[in-house]
Design a protein around this ligand. Structure first.
Ligand SMILES: Cc1cc2nc3c(=O)[nH]c(=O)nc-3n(C[C@H](O)[C@H](O)[C@H](O)COP(=O)(O)OP(=O)(O)OC[C@H]3O[C@@H](n4cnc5c(N)ncnc54)[C@H](O)[C@@H]3O)c2cc1C
Length: 454
């Protein structure tokens, strides 16, 4: 094949993309700023583990790596909601056996993908950072961080998977080829480890993503294969009585946990030490357009459309990007056409998941506490049983139905939310809901979902 394809970034997206390209016979060179995580222990970056769902799995299947990834996965069938009083409540995500999410270590997943991509022929250049691009001369600048040398590569078929702070996106904006805006949430996050028990087993119930919703803030925890859980505390950066700024004084974090998360405090003996040592992370949505510079460069994954993490979809969406681009490799004749079609195909869907991810934050930290939320979830599952081709809960469409585009999930979800609101007004249990008019409205307003490939 012609010129090598250059991938910038070896995080979630880059290695999977490289693998897919190599399987199609392309020569691929990947440049990653960090060291090779298979050889050196890297400091824990952002989010130690992630939720993998259907869209991500579909792309991993396409790349032939699902079996290699499977041993890394810890299934989660629903949310375990820990209110301040009473027993934890389990709210299942879906009703079919395959409707579950998987917690996966970001580092382990990355190692598997890098190994598979390397075995398929991708040449990895770790500790090499993109420093910019000159679109007039058609060069992308790379710095070898070990040798301290800079060199240039032709700016032809460059795929920028260099994350939300993308150097290539900045170069495109600097050259007047794109516009970009990053909206940072007023909330931040900090990760803490809930250790395994003395017997080496998980100290919280397995099979669930745990949530401690407290209105303006929340704690969540995802299981790891080694018996630990990674907990993430989400708080406003500043302002109000509970914020990262207000927790700065010694002892303040412990007092928050004593009041709001006593069950977790009992499991984390070194809370203060972890709280002091672990960084506070920001969360942003990136809006950029266009994502491509002719056939020379394409932004993909977070570099194009980073989203906030509350739907657990950033990586899944980036993997779906890889699947879509792989389909275009088979059907579109040249890079310019592939990049332009990719941009056209993915724009509406990624905008939809960006909005749904922001909305989901309110649901996770607040709405989930409301008894009407549990009733609506129960009713949704009942309606899905009765009308599986018309009514699928929005959460399920996003997480379990890779054949339903995000924008379609958002559109149908809005109709469903209105119907659920109307039907549950004044109701406290499923038996109170008048099903006949609701089912008539579903038939009238929600067209059957076409089966995949129809
Ligand atoms: C707290 C948190 C929790 C999350 N949870 C989930 C979840 O449960 N499920 C989910 O699907 N998504 C989740 N996400 C989102 C997910 O992490 C991202 O969407 C995903 O990592 C995007 O992959 P990427 O490859 O585009 O970017 P990244 O994974 O950020 O990879 C970018 C890579 O590029 C490298 N790089 C950066 N600059 C340069 C440069 N100049 N030159 C060369 N290399 C460079 C970086 O070192 C990095 O390796 C979460 C995010 C956060 C912050």
């Amino acid at each position: 094949m012609s010129d090598p394809v250059v991938i910038l970034g070896g995080g979630c997206t880059g290695p999977l993309l490289g693998l897919l390209l190599a399987r199609r016979g392309h020569t691929v060179r990947l440049y990653e700023r960090r060291a090779d995580a298979r050889r050196v222990q890297l400091p824990a970056g952002r989010s130690i583990n992630l939720a993998l769902a259907a869209r991500g799995i579909a792309a991993l299947e396409r790349a032939g790596v699902v079996e290699a990834v499977r041993p890394l996965l810890v299934p989660m069938r629903g949310r375990m909601v820990h209110d301040l009083a009473g027993e934890p409540r389990f709210l299942r995500y879906g009703q079919r056996p395959h409707e579950l999410l998987y917690a996966v270590s970001r580092a382990d997943l990355n190692r598997v993908l890098v190994d598979a991509a390397e075995a398929a022929g991708v040449q990895f250049h770790f500790e090499h950072a993109c420093r910019g691009a000159d679109f007039t001369r058609g060069q992308v600048e790379i710095e070898d961080l070990v040798a301290g040398l800079r060199f240039e590569l032709p700016l032809a078929a460059v795929l920028a998977a260099d994350g939300s702070g993308s150097a290539l996106r900045q170069a495109m904006v600097g050259a007047g080829l794109a516009s970009a805006r990053e909206e940072t949430l007023a909330h931040r996050y900090k990760e803490l480890t809930i250790p395994a028990g003395r017997d080496g087993r998980h100290q919280l119930a397995l099979g669930a993503l745990h949530i401690w919703p407290r209105g303006g803030h929340m704690l969540i925890a995802l299981p790891n294969v080694d018996g630990t859980f990674t907990a993430t505390l989400f708080l406003p950066a500043e302002g109000g009585p509970v914020s990262f700024a207000s927790l700065a004084p010694a002892g303040a974090a412990r007092r928050l946990f004593e009041r709001d998360f006593p069950g977790v405090l009992a499991l984390v003996a070194d809370l203060e030490a972890q709280y002091a040592a672990n960084p506070v992370g920001r969360m942003s949505t990136v809006y950029a357009a266009p994502w491509h510079a002719g056939g020379r460069a394409l932004l993909i994954g977070d570099a194009a459309h980073a989203i906030v993490p509350f739907h657990g979809q950033g990586m899944n969406c980036a993997f779906e990007d890889c699947r879509v681009l792989d389909e275009l490799l088979a059907t579109a004749p040249d890079w310019q056409t592939r990049f332009a079609r990719f941009d056209a195909l993915r724009r509406e869907d990624t905008a939809a998941i960006a909005r749904m991810a922001i909305e989901n934050y309110t649901e996770m930290r607040d709405t989930v506490r409301d008894p009407s939320f549990a009733l609506q979830k129960e009713l949704s599952l009942e309606l899905e049983r009765r009308h599986p081709e018309r009514f699928i809960p929005r959460y399920s469409m996003v997480m379990f139905h890779s054949e339903i585009p995000y924008a379609e999930a958002e559109r149908r979800g809005a109709i469903q939310a209105r119907l659920l609101d109307e039907a549950t007004r004044g109701c406290t249990r499923l038996g109170d809901v008048r099903l006949a008019p609701l089912e008539a409205a579903i038939t009238a307003q929600l067209a059957p979902i076409a089966p995949p490939g129809a």
